[in-house]
Design a protein around this ligand. Structure first.
Ligand SMILES: NC(=O)c1ccc[n+]([C@@H]2O[C@H](COP(=O)([O-])OP(=O)(O)OC[C@H]3O[C@@H](n4cnc5c(N)ncnc54)[C@H](O)[C@@H]3O)[C@@H](O)[C@H]2O)c1
Length: 384
């Protein structure tokens, strides 16, 4: 019984050859921490030429290309000057959250395809601006959710789509760390002016994408949200940098109760810091079965153990364990960049489309707005 259930989720892996007859001219906006991961993968792509980069900090883009031994790449002091001067096929936007929208809108306006790091942006209004710019440009914009390419995350979606769970009516998800406010390279994640949102945008967006993608990205309708910042604002949290506490302007914990189209309840919580090891497993409850995904601190492409389906077989309560699948050969970041480049070359669909991620953003923003107003609010998705 268990084997036949598992067999229906198997699929063939297709190996693609890369056409190198035309090289794509690529630029990188923001040459900080995550730009390292982008350039590592771009350097493996035989059909890519990295021609330019931009960073607001004087000399940072130059030092970046020197470190990565990219000769001849032109450097600019911001995204606008680079996009005005260069004739690019694609850009990676690796800036902090607060400049995602302006960079993406400008790049699309210049007819450049965009790979935009997660979260999509900070507010729902910004997300709508990006969608409008995309529509007008006819170009591709994909949002940088590499966990989408993880075989275990894909399995989750396959299980829901197979009907094994029946009608899904309740989802509990979230994640977090006991102590894990990200300040390894400074304060861009924790300042309001640069991060905009905290744990919500850094790791909350991953939990949401995982479950929303599994159930087909239903539209969010209402949200009752809570957020706090009890840890990030404590000088003793940062033994070597107590001054960071005064700069902390975002959430380090958030929770919410969200109603989704199709009569689905989403119960969510996320923490950069808390007095607990985990805020719980992810569970998806359906009328025929329930799926448990053991918790990890951050759902960025890993699961905390084998998933289990809880169901009834011939009147008996049965559990089917889904063995953990190995990661892809090249890794999730390679796959994220490759799938974006393939879509650009083939004029295909964005691997992680804005039409879905605007809902993810609207939930994050809805949590912030509901928490600030201290009540449940309706989630409004603007006309695109
Ligand atoms: N996908 C992942 O696994 C992953 C991991 C870490 C971070 N991220 C995301 O990547 C983004 C950047 O994170 P980071 O850790 O690299 O931040 P960072 O602060 O190290 O780097 C951001 C850089 O962008 C530059 N910048 C900002 N606005 C700019 C503009 N208009 N033009 C040119 N440069 C500009 C800044 O000067 C800075 O050097 C964040 O949104 C974060 O959520 C994604």
């Amino acid at each position: 019984m268990a084997t036949s259930i598992l067999d229906q989720f198997k699929e063939n892996q297709e190996v693609k050859t890369i056409d190198t007859t035309k090289k794509l001219k690529v630029g990188i906006i923001g040459t900080g921490w995550i730009a390292d991961a982008h350039i590592t993968e771009y350097k493996k792509m035989p059909d890519v030429e990295i021609v330019a980069g931009a960073d607001l900090i004087n000399g940072k883009a130059e030092a970046f290309f020197k470190k990565w031994e990219i000769e001849g790449a032109r450097c600019y002091p911001d995204h606008k000057s680079m996009l005005d001067a260069e004739d690019l096929d694609a850009v990676s936007i690796c800036t902090y959250n607060m400049t995602h929208a302006e960079c993406a809108v400008y790049a699309l306006g210049k007819g450049v395809n965009v790979l935009l790091e997660k979260p999509m942006c900070v507010t729902t209004e910004e997300a709508a601006e990006i969608c409008r710019a995309e529509k007008k440009s006819g170009k591709i914009i994909s949002i940088g959710f590499q966990p989408r390419l993880d075989p275990n995350m894909q399995m989750m979606k396959k299980i829901v789509e197979s009907g094994e769970l029946g009608k899904v009516y309740y989802i509990q998800t979230g994640g977090g760390r006991r102590r894990g406010i990200p300040t390894p390279f400074g304060t861009t994640f924790i300042e309001k002016e640069t991060g905009g949102i905290g744990a919500l945008g850094d790791i909350g967006c991953y939990s949401l994408d995982m479950v929303l993608n599994a159930v087909g990205y239903p539209k969010p309708l209402t949200v009752s949200g809570y957020k706090s910042a009890f840890f990030g604002t404590r000088p003793d949290y940062y033994p070597t940098h107590p001054e960071y506490a005064a700069k902390f302007g975002v959430d380090d914990f958030a929770a919410a109760f969200i109603r989704l189209e199709g009569d689905i309840i989403l119960d969510f919580r996320i923490a950069w810091a808390m007095n607990m090891d985990t805020p719980g497993d992810t569970i998806i409850l359906g009328t025929k079965g329930g799926l448990r995904i053991p918790s990890t601190e951050c759902w960025n492409g890993s699961v905390g153990g084998p998933m289990k389906i809880y169901h009834e077989v011939a009147g008996e309560q049965v559990e089917t364990e889904i063995p953990i699948l190995p990661p892809s050969k090249e890794g999730l970041f390679y796959d994220k960049i490759r799938s974006f480049l393939d879509a650009v070359k083939e004029n295909g669909a964005a691997p992680v489309p804005t039409s879905q991620i605007i809902y993810n953003q609207a939930i994050l923003d809805g949590i912030v707005k509901s928490a600030e107003q201290g009540r449940e609010i309706e989630i409004q998705i603007p006309e695109i």
